[in-house]
Write a protein that binds this ligand. Structure first.
Ligand code: ZN
Length: 163
């Protein structure tokens, strides 16, 4: 047996693909398109709505990947959150964490990127913590990016518990 380049899902697998927002079933092509754009299952209507939202708010597609990744992990982040002065790419209000996607940093190794992530953790007087996460880390290591944010969120939660 050798592996072949094309993979065709069986009908039962196709049924399994539903929109994360409305649970509408996705065709295989819609599934592919949505995964390529956002690494998340969205029906054409919700995908287009998201594309328009990104164009308007200037938030990168990686923020959407992280948004659905975090939602899947049980966290409810806010996309393109207005903090009163500027639009934050992603925010987790419960632990006062602002997440900025770094569009500049290119092709870091995974370890460098994780180091960047932990290194850019800064707290401000208003109680908010801000991190910058390289876009390539999200795009190529979404699971690890989500885990990294979960660890930071857990750390912040511990801190607020102690205070
Ligand atoms: Zn939908």
């Amino acid at each position: 047996m050798r592996a072949i380049g094309y993979y065709f899902p069986t009908p039962s697998e196709i049924n399994y693909m539903t929109c994360l927002e409305c649970e509408k079933e996705l065709s295989y092509m819609d599934h592919r398109r949505s995964m390529e754009l956002f690494q998340a299952e969205l029906c054409p209507a919700h995908r287009k709505r998201m594309e328009r939202f990104l164009a308007k708010s200037q938030v990168p597609a990686e923020a959407v990947m992280l948004y659905y990744g975090l939602r899947h992990a049980g966290i409810k982040p806010m996309l393109a959150w207005w903090d009163g002065k500027k639009t934050v790419d992603l925010a987790i209000s419960r632990v006062k964490l602002n997440i900025e996607i770094d569009r500049e940093v290119e092709s870091l190794s995974f370890n460098e990127a994780m180091h960047e992530l932990e290194g850019h953790l800064c707290s401000y007087d208003d109680g908010f913590t801000s991190i910058r996460i390289p876009h390539s880390l999200i795009r190529y290591q979404l699971g690890e990016s989500v885990n990294g944010i979960l660890r930071i969120t857990e750390g912040l939660r511990e801190k607020t518990r102690v205070v």
